[in-house]
Design a protein around this ligand. Structure first.
Ligand SMILES: Cc1cc2nc3c(=O)[nH]c(=O)nc-3n(C[C@H](O)[C@H](O)[C@H](O)COP(=O)(O)O)c2cc1C
Length: 166
């Protein structure tokens, strides 16, 4: 597997912790906080992971907002991209992990292959733009309500994306 670039945006550290755990399991990966990384950096990797939390009501995490806008001008053709998101399904059940869904939408038409979709079983929420075709478009985590499930979810997902990365 070629080196993986993990780009994350995190306001209170939950997405950052998940990103670190993912890096630990992948091994051959480099972490970038989008608060101080330009989207152009993504061009250096064939395998990419983008992680964001959701704030406001269904908004992208603050730093991720600008990063995703800048992503529009980065050539992502042929790249493998996996997404993960942090959200709170109890308090924000109508916008659960919408941030991850917004990253997914921004990737449409860019010629990259989004991998690592996951089932919605085991979550309780009403609506999410991070669901497409009945599945989450990446790994959905909930440190607020299901923190005890995070390690196992990350492990399962990393095993899956490792097989699909180049
Ligand atoms: C004011 C506020 C608004 C939030 N809005 C949403 C939301 O719309 N959807 C969601 O799934 N989670 C929402 N959350 C939950 C956060 O995404 C969650 O706590 C996440 O773990 C934070 O990750 P971070 O520390 O990496 O930023 C919100 C939390 C707060 C405090």
């Amino acid at each position: 597997m070629e080196k993986v670039g993990i780009f994350f945006g995190s306001s209170t550290g939950n997405t950052e912790s998940a990103a670190e755990a993912i890096k630990g399991l992948l091994g051959n990966a480099e972490l970038f906080n989008v608060a101080d990384t330009k989207a152009a950096k993504m061009a250096e990797f064939t395998n990419l992971i983008i992680g964001t939390s959701t704030w406001g009501v269904g908004d992208l995490q603050d730093d991720m907002e600008g990063f995703v806008s800048d992503m529009a001008s980065v050539d992502l053709k042929g790249k493998k991209v996996a997404l993960f998101g942090l959200g709170d399904q109890s308090s924000y059940g109508d916008t659960y992990c919408d941030g991850m869904g917004k990253v997914y939408q921004a990737l449409q038409g860019k010629g990259c292959d989004v991998i690592g979709f996951m089932p919605t079983a085991g979550y309780e929420f009403d609506a999410s733009v991070a669901v497409d075709g009945g599945e989450f478009v990446g790994l959905a985590l909930d440190a607020d309500n299901q923190g005890e499930k995070t390690d196992e979810r990350i492990k399962t997902w990393v095993a899956k994306i490792q097989k699909e990365f180049k």
